[in-house]
Every structure is written in structure tokens, then in C-alpha cells.
Write a protein that binds this ligand. Sequence first.
Ligand SMILES: N[C@@H](CCC(=O)N[C@@H](CS)C(=O)NCC(=O)O)C(=O)O
Length: 200
Amino acid sequence: MRLYATQTSPYARKVRIALQEKAIPCTVEWVNLRDPDHPALTHNPLGKIPVLLRNDGSAVYDSAVIIQYLEVLYPDPPLLPLDPDARLEALRIEALAGGIMDATVSWVLEQRRATDCQDPDVLQRARGKVLAALAVLQEETRLWVDAATAPVLSLAQIATVAAVGYVDLRAPDCLPQFPELMTWMHAMRLRPSVRDTWPQ
Ligand SMILES: N[C@@H](CCC(=O)N[C@@H](CS)C(=O)NCC(=O)O)C(=O)O
């Protein structure tokens, strides 16, 4: 299998951590999203990464679908609980973390516009979403004190690491008001799958 990714994409990082946690062999190919002919475009008409290319040549996207595919193909060790309520809860946290990624990307794109073209409402709304969702994730991490040394990370934890890591990269001033979340993230750096995928 081959994964098209960039080193900073939080969506791709979620998949990269899952691959490493499950010890699934996969070649990672870095993509330059500014290249109008980048290879992921051949497989995903939206031109977005991550894209997982299966050995039969078919493609799987987006990150949530790729994780579900990996979970079916390699059920051991599981990233999701079997209990329906616990499973739903994990998927909710994955969606919340995905929302942080989306809102941070919107904030970054708006910031990159010329100052006089930036819409303060867009900036404020995006930042408000990030802060509100980080507060919820901080509550979740209180239950995950042993995650750094657990046998395997859960999908909820993986998605949290990817989302908070991306905020740390792009909007680090959002984080100091969440000291427990930052402490948890710091501890998670001990884990090879987290350390090896740290955005550069
Ligand atoms: N919902 C998608 C989002 C993927 C996404 O937006 N990826 C960004 C990189 S961080 C991308 O490929 N952007 C290029 C583009 O939109 O053309 C997922 O979870 O995979």
C-alpha cells in the first residue's frame, strides 16, 4: 500500500499514526500540493491528501474512511472499541478533532490573505471554534493519563494528537490556556508513533 501525504497535514498524520500503531506496512509518498499535477490528483479528484492507494490500484480517501478501511483490514490491535456507545463516543471525538483541523486551516488561509482583505469575522469564528473544541478535548485527556505508555492508542487519542499538534504548529497562541492538554501532549511525545510523525 502507498499513502500520499504531506509532512504537516493533520489528516494525513492521523492515518500515519494509525498505520504505525497497527504496524501496517505502507510506503509514504510526500506530495507537493502546490504542484498542479501532484500524484494524489490522479486518485482523488478533489486533489486532497491523505489518499491510500491499495495494492489493487484502487484509492481510499478521506482520512476517516482510510482509518475505517485499515480497521477492517487489520482488526488487531483495534483502535476503536466494539461496544456501540463507546464506539460512537470515539467517532464523535474523531469528528471534533477533525473540526479543529478544519477551523485551523480556515484561520490559516484567511491569515495568509493581504491584511486589508482579511475578514475579522472569519478569523474570529474559526478561532472561537478551535478554542471551544480544545476545551472539550482537554476534558477528554483527563481520562487518558496512561495513553503515552498504553499498548495501543485509540482513534480518539490519535485524532486528538493530530489536531492539537496542528494547532501547535499553526496557531500556538491558542494553547497556553489549556495547560492540562499541553501536559498530556508533551507526555505523548514519548510514544514513537507520535514522535516520528511530529509535523516539521
Ligand atoms: N476531510 C479530509 C480533509 C483533507 C484535507 O483537507 N487535506 C488538505 C491537506 S491538510 C489538502 O489536501 N488540501 C489540498 C486542497 O484542498 O487542494 C480528510 O480528512 O482527509
